[in-house]
Design a protein around this ligand. Structure first.
Ligand code: 5GP
Length: 201
């Protein structure tokens, strides 16, 4: 697969780290970024909207899309299926915007194989206690689900060295600033700089 001009930025974080808040903040500051919308079999949480937060689809629809090869990657996370639709990524690649994919670690690995120049960022909580507090504050999950999410979070954090960058989310504005810095630095790589002149000896 040829590498696109748009940056592809995979952002992963265990539940309760505050990834979505950081991304929403950055998006509000930067017009050249767009977040890809994944499909999922998970039920919408309070306030989540179909076609905005996710494409909420049934297990049957998801399976049928797998069979029709409509996903560029998909993974099972916390008993639900999540996947990036080929059509969604193709649509975003045609825009001149840099694309943010919010994926789990499995998704990051798949995207790195398909797009080796993609950038991967893993966000961590200031502490596991703080992460658990945020998960409970969200109050959208029953107690046993919180326990499962905490265990999975620890497993995911063990993979942090596989990522190009790590951000510890002490504070939303600072984390958004850090992500902004990463994006700006990546845009200054020699391969991305088009010169208006030729270098001849
Ligand atoms: P949540 O249910 O909290 O919205 O998401 C649970 C996990 O699924 C998060 O780690 C999120 O990044 C991941 N996820 C969301 N969409 C996708 C996707 O399209 N593919 C993969 N591999 N993971 C996803």
């Amino acid at each position: 697969m040829s590498e696109p001009n748009n940056l592809i930025i995979v952002v992963s974080a265990p539940s309760g780290v505050g990834k979505t808040t950081v991304l929403q903040y950055l998006i509000s500051q930067r017009q050249d970024l767009v977040i890809s919308i994944s499909a999922t079999t998970r039920k919408p949480r309070l306030g989540e909207r179909d076609g905005v937060d996710y494409y909420f689809i049934s297990e049957q629809e998801f399976q049928s899309k797998i069979e029709k090869n409509e996903f560029i990657e998909y993974a099972k996370v916390h008993d639900s299926l999540y996947g990036t639709l080929r059509s969604e990524l193709e649509r975003l690649l045609k825009s001149n915007k840099h694309i943010i994919l919010e994926l789990d670690v499995q998704g990051m690995r798949s995207i790195k194989k398909l797009y080796p120049n993609s950038i991967s960022v893993f966000m961590l909580p200031p502490s596991t206690t703080e992460m658990e507090r945020r998960l409970r504050n969200r109050a959208t999950e029953p107690e046993e689900k919180i326990k499962i999410r905490m265990e999975r979070a620890i497993e995911e954090m063990k993979c942090r060295n596989e990522f190009d960058y790590n951000i510890v989310n002490y504070q939303v504005e600072q984390s958004a600033y850090d992500l902004n810095t990463i994006i700006n630095a990546e845009l200054l790589r020699p391969s991305r700089i088009r010169l208006d002149f030729e270098i001849t000896s």
